[in-house]
Design a protein around this ligand. Structure first.
Ligand code: FES
Length: 360
């Protein structure tokens, strides 16, 4: 059996001659029907209808801009907590903040897209044009043709003739990226206002974390005689008991570790002065990227961070002896009050936690 195929390149029709059995010739069943005759739309022939379409497109772009602005307002004004919720069938109860942000950003994007599609379908040209295939590397002539076609497209899109659409689109596009700047706030609080401050002040009572009641309002102070040499205790400022919703944040920033060691083991005079009878207090937040340090080795007085194995020598100003942390653990100066309970002598002398750009 053998076959022979020819192409009619005029309209892409294909004639196939096929020798089959005693020489039957088959007709090509897929002739190119060509393009149907172009039918003008109402907007092509009636300027009143075209202007109505123009106003609809402009209205959608304006709605997009308003929704974008509403997104930014909602971001700052709608409380971001689970106490304020919206019952939204069929999803169920969701945070009011999430609902408002999702709704406004959704309307902004949808209106922008709907406006562009309506503009293309009603006012841009709908004349069908064949597009020739060509090599990936365009010739200078092709580039010139493309530039000319781009210009023609600009004309056909009525970009120049419809200033209302042009201006509202530019306006909506200009405000659309703003939410990206707005939500940069989610990267965290500014270091100057929070990372430099903890709840420790002179005279602040140190309470044992293990003594804090389930509702977070009761806790016990610590006396020096409660701590034996080698003891490690997680502790917080008494202010967390009355901090309400802010208690967790406060505990996170102000968490300390109390360690009692033999005073003779302490290598630094400052550390002796800032401690009380061998009891020293250090920030519990690793200075690498902020994990809680808690693995204490009594013999060496080394404190290990479980995240990346930074190791601090608590007998030597919390100095880094191993790992990626670049700074010592900050030490909290402590003493006892008139009732014999351990209290802070002052706040930390430096920010606690990971390094940031304002810190050497
Ligand atoms: S967070 Fe502690 S070593 Fe990385």
């Amino acid at each position: 059996m053998s076959g022979d195929m020819t192409h009619d390149e005029g309209h892409g029709s294909v004639a196939v001659e096929q020798e089959h059995g005693h020489g039957v010739v088959a007709e090509n069943p897929f002739a190119d029907p060509g393009l149907p005759e172009h039918q003008p739309r109402l907007t092509d022939i009636d300027e009143k209808v075209a202007r109505k379409s123009e106003r609809i497109v402009a209205g959608l772009f304006i709605l997009s801009a308003l929704a974008t602005i509403a997104f930014m307002v909602c971001y700052t004004e709608v409380p971001n907590n689970t106490a304020t919720i919206v019952d939204f069938f069929p999803i169920g109860a969701i945070s009011a903040s999430n609902f408002a942000l999702g709704l406004t950003l959704g309307v902004a994007l949808f209106s922008m897209g709907a406006g562009a599609i309506y503009w293309a379908r009603t006012l841009m040209t709908d004349v069908e044009l064949p597009q020739e295939r060509h090599l990936l590397e365009s010739t200078p002539e092709d580039k010139a043709v493309a530039a000319a076609e781009f210009q023609q497209g600009l004309e056909d899109s009525a970009w120049k003739q419809r200033p209302l659409i042009r201006r509202t689109l530019i306006g909506a596009m200009a405000v659309l990226p703003l939410p990206a700047l707005w939500i940069l706030r989610d990267l965290g609080p500014l270091p100057g206002t929070t990372q430099r401050q903890t709840a420790w002040t002179a005279g602040e009572l140190i309470i044992n974390d293990n003594s804090i009641s389930l509702d977070g309002t009761q806790g016990s102070g610590i006396k020096p005689e409660d701590l034996q040499v080698g003891t490690l205790v997680s502790a917080s400022p008494a202010a967390v008991l009355t901090a309400g919703d802010n208690a967790v944040n406060m505990m996170t920033m102000s968490a300390i570790l109390l360690v009692r060691m033999n005073p003779a083991d302490i290598k630094s005079q400052q550390e002796i002065d800032w401690g009380y009878e061998g009891i020293v207090a250090f920030s519990k937040i690793c200075t690498h990227v902020g994990c809680p340090v808690q693995l204490y080795e009594q013999q060496t007085h080394h404190m290990l961070c479980p995240c990346h194995q930074s190791t601090f020598d608590l007998s030597d100003n919390g100095r880094v002896v191993f790992g990626p942390a670049a700074r010592s653990l900050p030490q909290l100066p402590i003493t006892v009050n008139a009732d014999g309970y351990l209290v802070a002598k002052a706040g930390f002398d430096q920010p606690v936690g990971p390094s940031f750009w304002e810190r050497g």
